[in-house]
Design a protein. Structure first.
Length: 399
């Protein structure tokens, strides 16, 4: 009997989406499901992006340059320069979402069997990208007790072998919302310089920091040729469906290698690039209102969670995610039960079990990720559901 590949069998399902079938079934029954499982903001996509597509005077929907539309890359370079990141358009390649940027970075910089060190918990899809590239993630565990701060740098050093080719961070972090300090970034910088490693950095959420600006890895001195930064328009502009991202590095050899992969997939999507380029014309204070809205939502979420018996959730300082420890033994089972068996006023809540954000077996079993991407009223209603669900679940499992 013909079989699928070992890679296909080993590819993990997404902890963010794997319970979607249960949520769909609940909705068919007329149940209101509050989605805190996925980072899909309800913030309105800027109208300037939609108008740019509607007004595009195109007779033929052609391929663009494999690197992306030149005027778009130049405007994106100006955006980074305004953030204190000294790059030009030749350092930028447009990708199909940040996801493709990460995959291309892995494939251009690493060979099959190579290893990268990643603080866990981390964005679950990194596992899929690593598997597709044939490389291995070596986790360094951060703790909810410290708010998911960077683990001691010596723990990274201890994991470095002849197969180690890089360190990968997400800042601000998904799923924890932690923002790495300048001191933590400098420790990483010194280590990659000492050990001759790459630093891959997912910086999708830099506009959403609530306690000061985020320092980009591209501003770290002395390692300019070792840093590969990945960015995306999905979260900044609430345009997740547009699938436009960017790979940014000052390493010319990496750019040339990634360009080969970019040419192999021909080009990024034309209309989405037009929309993304238009977004860069928004005023510099555009993100102020959005950031303030997420900060209000964060306050509501953390205040509600802090009052629930047995729940612990450190306040995230960036992005729009929080990791919470719940008084349950297995959040995979609990999150499924929420969708299949629990109802409060004909509503329930969908969360992302945290085990899928770890690669160390057994970790995250009592944690969940919550995305505060819905309005305050809905967050409160969702927390009503969670508070009641924890009481009911506790009684069911105390027998």
């Amino acid at each position: 009997m013909i079989q699928i590949s070992q890679r296909g069998m080993n590819m993990p399902s997404s902890p963010i989406r794997r319970l979607a079938g249960y949520a769909d079934a609940a909705k068919k029954e007329g149940v209101k499901v509050y989605h805190l499982n996925i980072g899909q903001p309800d913030i309105e996509t800027p109208s300037i992006m939609m108008e740019a597509v509607r007004n595009a005077d195109l007779k033929v929907l052609e391929y663009t340059d494999s690197a992306g539309i030149l005027s778009f890359r130049k405007k994106l370079a100006e955006y980074y320069i305004s953030k204190g990141i000294a790059v030009d358009y030749s350092n930028i390649l447009i990708t199909i979402g940040g996801s493709e940027g990460i995959l291309f970075a892995f494939m251009a910089c690493l060979d099959a069997g190579d290893e990268i060190i990643v603080p866990e918990p981390f964005y679950a899809n990194y596992i899929g990208f690593a598997m597709a590239a044939g490389i291995k993630i070596i986790p360094i565990t951060s703790s909810i007790k410290t708010g998911f701060a960077l683990p001691p740098i010596e723990s990274f050093r201890a994991k470095i072998t002849s197969k180690t080719k890089g360190i990968f961070i997400c800042n601000p972090n998904n799923p924890t919302g932690y923002v790495y300090s300048e001191n933590e970034l400098l420790q990483i910088r010194d280590l990659i310089k000492e050990k001759d490693l790459y630093l891959f950095s997912d910086e999708a959420y830099t506009e959403f920091s609530y306690e000061g600006k985020v320092k980009s890895t591209l501003t770290l001195e002395g390692v300019e040729d070792r840093v590969i930064m990945i960015d995306t328009f999905s979260k900044k502009y609430s345009a997740c469906g547009a699938r436009i991202g960017a790979l940014v590095t000052k390493n010319k050899e990496v750019i040339e290698a990634v360009m080969k992969f970019s040419q192999a997939r021909l080009s990024p999507p034309t209309l989405e690039q037009i929309a993304a380029e238009a977004a860069l014309s928004l005023p510099s204070d555009y993100f102020d209102a959005t950031r303030a809205e997420y900060e209000r939502r964060r306050t509501v979420l953390i205040n509600r969670l802090s009052k629930m018996e047995g729940v612990y959730c450190p306040a995230p300082s960036g992005a729009f995610y929080a990791m919470a420890k719940l008084p349950v033994a297995d959040t995979d089972e609990f999150c499924k039960w929420l969708l299949t068996d629990f109802r409060k006023d004909n509503a329930t809540i969908m969360l992302a079990p945290a085990s899928g954000f770890y690669t160390t077996p057994g970790l995250g079993k009592d944690e969940v990720r919550l995305a505060y991407v819905i309005n305050e009223a809905d967050i409160n209603a969702a927390m009503d559901c969670l508070e009641e669900a924890l009481k009911v679940y506790s009684k069911l499992h105390s027998k």
